[in-house]
Design a protein around this ligand. Structure first.
Ligand SMILES: [Zn+2]
Ligand SMILES: [Zn+2]
Ligand SMILES: [Zn+2]
Length: 295
C-alpha cells in the first residue's frame, strides 16, 4: 500500500460524498423531503472532513522551524474543528426546519423518494465495499462511514415506503431529526478527542504509570518525578521527566543509563523524550517536584 494509493482512495471518497450531497439536495428539492436534505448535510460534512484532512495532513508534514518548533502537526486538528463547526450549523438549520414541518406537515413525493433511496443504497453500497479494502486508519474510517451512509439510505427507503402507503408525512421530519442527532453524536465524540489533545491530556496508550514503572525499574535509577506526558495531535507523543540516579555512578555508567532510558521510551512509542538528570535532593525545578495526583 503506497501513500499514493491511500491518497487516491481518500480523494475518491471525497468525490463520492460530494456526489451524494448533490444527488440528495436535488432529491430533497424534487421530493420535498427534509430527511433527504439532512442526509445531504451529513454527506457534505463527510466530504468537507475528508477534504480538510487531506489538505491539513499535507500541511502538517512541514518540518519544524524557528517559529513552530514542534512542527505543524496540530494543523490536522484544525480540520476537525472547522468541519465540526460547519456540521453544527447545518444541523441547527435542519432541526428548525423539521420542527416547522412537524407543526405544519408538507406534501412529499414518496414514490420518487423510493427510487432515490434504491439508487442510493446501490451506489453507496458499492462505494463502501470498495473503500473498506483500504489499509490505513483513515481509509478504514471512511469505509465504515460509507456503510453508515448505506444504513441511512435504507432508513430513507423504509420511510418513503411507509409514507407511500400511509399518509404519515411526519415520518420524514422525524427521520431528519434522527439523522441530525446522529450527526451531532459523531461531531461531539470527535470533538472530545480533539479537545483532549488541546488540553494536553496524557495519552491512553501507553499509560503514564507504565512509562514511570519502566523507567523506575531500570538499574541505576533511584527516582522519577515531575512527569509531563502529552500528544501533539493524538498520535505523536511527548514526555519529560526528572530522573534521580543512584549516587556514586561513574560517568560511563551514567551515559549508559541515560541512553537506555531514552531507548526504552522510544520503544514504548514516545516520539520526543526530554529527561533531566539530577542527584538526590538537587531538584533542578522550582516547581513542585512531588508525585502527580490521580486527578
Ligand atoms: Zn457519513
Ligand atoms: Zn513542569
Ligand atoms: Zn526534580
Amino acid at each position: 500500500m503506497t501513500h499514493k494509493h491511500s491518497a487516491n482512495r481518500l480523494t475518491l471518497a471525497f468525490f463520492l460524498n460530494f456526489f451524494f450531497t448533490i444527488i440528495e439536495i436535488v432529491g430533497g428539492i424534487l421530493t420535498n423531503s427534509i430527511a433527504l436534505i439532512s442526509d445531504a448535510i451529513h454527506d457534505l460534512g463527510d466530504a468537507v472532513s475528508i477534504g480538510l484532512a487531506v489538505y491539513f495532513e499535507h500541511k502538517a508534514s512541514k518540518k519544524p522551524d524557528h517559529e513552530f518548533t514542534y512542527g505543524y502537526h496540530r494543523y490536522s486538528l484544525l480540520g476537525a474543528l472547522i468541519a465540526a463547526f460547519g456540521l453544527v450549523i447545518g444541523v441547527i438549520f435542519i432541526i428548525i426546519e423539521a420542527v416547522k414541518r412537524i407543526m405544519n406537515p408538507e406534501a412529499i413525493n414518496a414514490e420518487l423518494m423510493i427510487y432515490f433511496a434504491f439508487a442510493g443504497i446501490l451506489i453507496n453500497g458499492i462505494a463502501a465495499w470498495h473503500t473498506q479494502k483500504g489499509k490505513t486508519l483513515s481509509e478504514k474510517a471512511v469505509g465504515l462511514h460509507l456503510w453508515e451512509d448505506v444504513i441511512g439510505w435504507a432508513l430513507l427507503l423504509l420511510a418513503s415506503i411507509l409514507m407511500h402507503y400511509t399518509d404519515l408525512l411526519l415520518i420524514d421530519a422525524i427521520l431528519s431529526i434522527g439523522f441530525s442527532l446522529f450527526i451531532l453524536f459523531h461531531v461531539f465524540r470527535h470533538l472530545k478527542k480533539v479537545i483532549d489533545v488541546l488540553m494536553e491530556k496524557a495519552p491512553n496508550e501507553p499509560k503514564i504509570e507504565e512509562l514511570r514503572k519502566v523507567l523506575m525499574d531500570t538499574d541505576g535509577v533511584n527516582d522519577i518525578h515531575h512527569l509531563h506526558y502529552w500528544s501533539l495531535e493524538g498520535d505523536k507523543k511527548l514526555f519529560t521527566a526528572h530522573v534521580v540516579l543512584e549516587p556514586n555512578l561513574d560517568s560511563s555508567d551514567t551515559d549508559r543509563i541515560q541512553r537506555k532510558l531514552h531507548d526504552q521510551l522510544h520503544q514504548l512509542g514516545i516520539d520526543h523524550a526530554t529527561l533531566e538528570f539530577e542527584k538526590e535532593d538537587e531538584c533542578m525545578s522550582k516547581e513542585d517536584c512531588g508525585p502527580l495526583s490521580d486527578g
